[in-house]
Write a protein that binds this ligand. Structure first.
Ligand code: ADP
Ligand code: MG
Length: 219
């Protein structure tokens, strides 16, 4: 227990990793409910790539995605969490790890995926941080290299979870939704205007990914 506590302090940003820090809290329970609903919707014998997105910046994509990843890993699922918000990455900060190599390096082929993946203090959860900001994030998201990365990751992990940029801001999220099997949209309670949510949902309608549902954040 002592060792766990010092790990909390050194490795994690305590404010945001509720599901790990505070397994007994009401919020953790909410993440577990989302996890249960998600697992009901998926076939437990299959492996999935899943994009988490939202209409705008600040809706809670990164926090939701991280806590969902933790919650699923705690349930026994082997999860790779990928920071695909290359313009505004935050997962390396949440997990307090370096972002010197990551997704952008793997996609532009300056390093291999296994060199860029980092272990986290949460068993069964690994992290691929965004890496340095590339000059062409949209093209990288839309590349054959991204398709290859997802296939390779799915050989190792049950779930590959993508944190993405806001839908109404860049086309990256739409592109990622087209690369992934499943899609979840986060809406911020009291903030996301109905027409923005509708616009976001509409722009995702042609993507390949199956729309699993909406998570209402900060209700
Ligand atoms: N459920 C929540 N409870 C408390 N704070 C939250 C919650 N969801 C998000 N936040 C806070 O809101 C801010 C934006 O969240 P973030 O996940 O970074 O948004 P996005 O990734 O969509 O830009 C962060 O400071 C985060 O800590
Ligand atoms: Mg974010």
């Amino acid at each position: 227990m002592q060792a766990m506590m010092s790990l909390f302090d050194k490795k994690l940003s305590p404010r945001n990793l509720y599901a790990y820090m505070n397994a007994g809290s009401a919020l953790s329970e909410q993440y577990r409910t989302v996890r249960t609903n998600l697992l009901f919707a998926l076939d437990k014998h299959k492996r999935y790539s899943l994009a988490v997105t939202s209409p705008e910046k600040g809706d809670g994509k990164s926090v939701t995605c991280t806590n969902l990843a933790i919650s699923l890993a705690q349930q026994g699922c082997k999860v790779l969490l990928i920071d695909a918000d290359m313009r505004n990455p935050s997962l390396h900060t949440l997990f307090n790890v370096k972002n010197t190599t990551g997704l952008s390096n793997v996609l532009n082929k300056t390093c291999r995926i296994e060199e860029a993946i980092q272990n986290t203090p949460v068993g069964r959860l690994d992290l691929l941080p965004s890496g340095p900001l590339p000059y062409n994030p949209t093209e990288l998201a839309d590349s054959q290299a991204m398709e290859n990365l997802i296939s390779l990751a799915l050989e190792e992990y049950n779930l590959v979870l993508f944190d993405t940029p806001a839908i109404n801001q860049y086309s990256d999220a739409k592109i990622l939704a087209n690369q992934c099997d499943q899609l979840i949209m986060v809406i911020k309670s009291g903030k996301t205007a109905a027409e923005k949510a509708v616009k976001a949902k509409k722009s995702l309608s042609e993507a390949k990914a199956e729309f699993l549902g909406i998570i209402l954040n900060q209700r």
